[in-house]
Design a protein around this ligand. Structure first.
Ligand code: SF4
Ligand code: SF4
Length: 128
């Protein structure tokens, strides 16, 4: 199955990168489960285990209605193509001179396009 061999966190350098999911993007997803708790609240979570949080539905809906963000939840596995997900880099200032040594980690879920940046300027050929 896609994504099973990929990591949801990378610690190969001291930047510390993690995939995070925006739970507001879960609203309307067919993989969202819900249950009514004894406290009267309705809680939702992810059937796929992309994130492991159970959140009060009303809080998420209030964020959408009021145009507020909720924030990212650290992914427990690499997100699916349907997820609202991004890579969060905790300490980007720690990027070593050589750059990211695991660029595949940033590849979008579902295998979309991604680019590898080249640091510094290339020397023009002598015959230019
Ligand atoms: S599959 Fe993704 S979008 Fe759907 S509920 Fe799980 S984390 Fe949210
Ligand atoms: S910058 Fe690259 S190598 Fe460093 S933690 Fe992030 S993904 Fe891993």
């Amino acid at each position: 199955m896609w994504g099973m061999s990929r990591e949801s966190s990378c610690r190969r350098c001291r930047v510390y990168c993690d995939w995070v999911v925006d739970p507001l993007g879960c609203l309307g997803c067919s993989r969202l489960y819900a249950y009514d708790a004894k406290d009267g609240g309705r809680y939702v979570g992810c059937v796929e285990g992309v994130h492991l949080a159970e959140l009060e539905l009303q809080v998420l809906e209030s964020c959408v209605e009021e145009g507020r963000t909720f924030g990212g939840i650290r992914a427990a596995r690499v997100p699916l193509p349907i997820c609202a997900a991004r890579v969060d880099s905790a300490y980007p200032q720690r990027l070593p001179e050589i750059g990211c040594v695991n660029p595949e980690f940033h590849e979008p879920p579902g295998g979309g396009t991604f680019t590898i940046g080249v640091r510094g300027s290339a020397t023009p050929p002598d015959d230019a």
